[in-house]
Design a protein around this ligand. Structure first.
Ligand SMILES: [Zn+2]
Ligand SMILES: [Zn+2]
Length: 116
């Protein structure tokens, strides 16, 4: 998402907010862009990935649209703790994880499954 009042012709990094934690985009935390300017930061991606992929949790798949792909899918999804409207589906999490891992600048690695 973008901060209210952002000049669409001159978008700065700090005008771009993660849709899920509302953090500003910075060099330290890479962001993945979805449709219509929605964004998912690497930290939320790690949390969501661990929750949906490793823990098998589902916060609303099939019942609400995914913020990133704008589709209502049967896939499990992760819900933002800050914004109950903000969901990201499993497919988008996998795509985002693959894209971030490929980006040598991101330094991001998907979370390991816990040994328990
Ligand atoms: Zn975030
Ligand atoms: Zn999606």
């Amino acid at each position: 998402m973008r901060k209210p009042g952002t000049d669409p012709l001159d978008v700065q990094m700090t005008d771009v907010l993660c849709d899920f934690c509302h953090r500003e985009w910075s060099e330290a935390v890479p962001m993945i862009e979805g449709h219509h300017g929605s964004c998912l930061c690497a930290r939320c991606l790690s949390t969501a990935y661990a929750s949906v992929v490793h823990a098998g949790l589902d916060d609303g798949g099939g019942r609400a649209g995914c913020r990133m792909c704008l589709e209502t899918r049967e896939d499990p999804a992760w819900r933002s703790p800050l914004d109950p409207e903000a969901l990201v589906c499993l497919r988008c999490l996998k795509l985002a994880a693959r894209a971030l891992e490929k980006d040598p600048d991101s330094g991001w690695r998907r979370p390991e499954a816990s040994a328990s």
